[in-house]
Design a protein around this ligand. Structure first.
Ligand code: OAD
Length: 253
């Protein structure tokens, strides 16, 4: 299978399995495509439901929250409800199994839905935060979001200011520890998977470049071509919920 060329059928190249067996240091970078088969809409595919009325770029900003906290909070409440009712799919479970089989495997996710953790992944570097936490933009304090029906943003228990969802908004910095860890693992990776992400949002997209520059084998899993496809060593073209369980099975995980 050459770079950028969809395989004739869903199968896993033997060369990839060999590389994976020898790699030790494996990084899985996931994006919203991994949760698509759980019914959680992606960011840039066709918009449905609430996503159709408001684009994330309109509401997922500190300015939008300052301008209309009730609207932004309500939008996130809807997203939490939607995600809480969703179940992890075969891709989440397969990644958790592969992580359990490969001691040096690391999972970095751009997703805020917590589905990897619910599938059993223990160590997850959350690049864009988590829907089920709250964060105070004034003092940085974080809390677990324990009341799913909370109508209005809660007050920060530390400084009394209004708390927002614990996700990274457009224009905000990646949590420093997540960034540091992700950078370190990307540079050390021998095999780097980019799964279900359009690769359009930095700095997450730069992790692939970093890994490639450090000599990692790059594997893309996606239903559609992305800017990465042309330079990936392997492109597994198809749904992550089909391809990753197949990969895990062939690997013996
Ligand atoms: P995008 O919506 O940009 O990309 C989703 C990708 O998943 C696309 O390349 C699809 O082709 C692919 N895809 C869809 N269904 C799939 C499936 N079943 N199996 C495999 N691939 C599938 O979402 P992200 O790349 O995650 O940031 O977006 C990255 C970041 O941009 C998000 O974390 C968010 C957004 O703005 C913040 O909220 C800060």
């Amino acid at each position: 299978m050459s770079a950028g060329t969809p395989p004739p059928s869903h199968d896993i190249p033997a060369g990839l399995l060999d590389a994976l067996r020898q790699a030790g240091r494996v990084v899985f970078l996931t994006g919203s495509g991994v949760s698509a088969e759980s019914g959680v809409p992606t960011f840039r595919d066709e918009l449905t439901g609430l996503w159709a009325r408001y684009s994330p770029e309109e509401l997922a900003t500190p300015e939008a929250f300052q301008r209309d906290p009730a609207l932004v909070w309500g939008w996130y409440r809807e997203r939490r409800r939607h995600v809480a009712a969703a179940q992890p799919n075969g891709a989440h479970h397969a990644i958790a199994r592969l992580q359990a089989r490969i001691p040096g495997a690391v999972l970095i996710t751009q997703n805020v839905d917590g589905l990897h953790q619910r599938a059993g992944s223990r160590e997850v570097i959350e690049f864009h935060g988590n829907l089920f936490r709250n964060r105070c933009r004034d003092c940085g304090h974080e809390t677990v979001h324990s009341d799913p029906e909370l109508e209005a943003p809660p007050a920060c228990p530390r400084c009394g200011q209004r708390m927002g969802p614990g996700v990274v908004w457009f224009g905000e910095a990646i949590p420093p520890e997540a960034l540091r860890m992700a950078w370190r693992h990307a540079m050390a990776a021998k095999v780097f998977f980019s799964i279900g992400t359009s690769g359009l949002v930095s700095p997450a997209a730069q992790l692939v470049e970093l890994a490639r520059g450090s000599g990692a084998l790059i594997v893309e899993v996606n239903t559609a071509p992305t800017p990465l496809s042309a330079c990936a060593d392997y492109v597994l073209h198809g749904p992550a919920g089909v391809l990753l369980p197949l990969l895990a099975e062939r690997f013996g995980a």
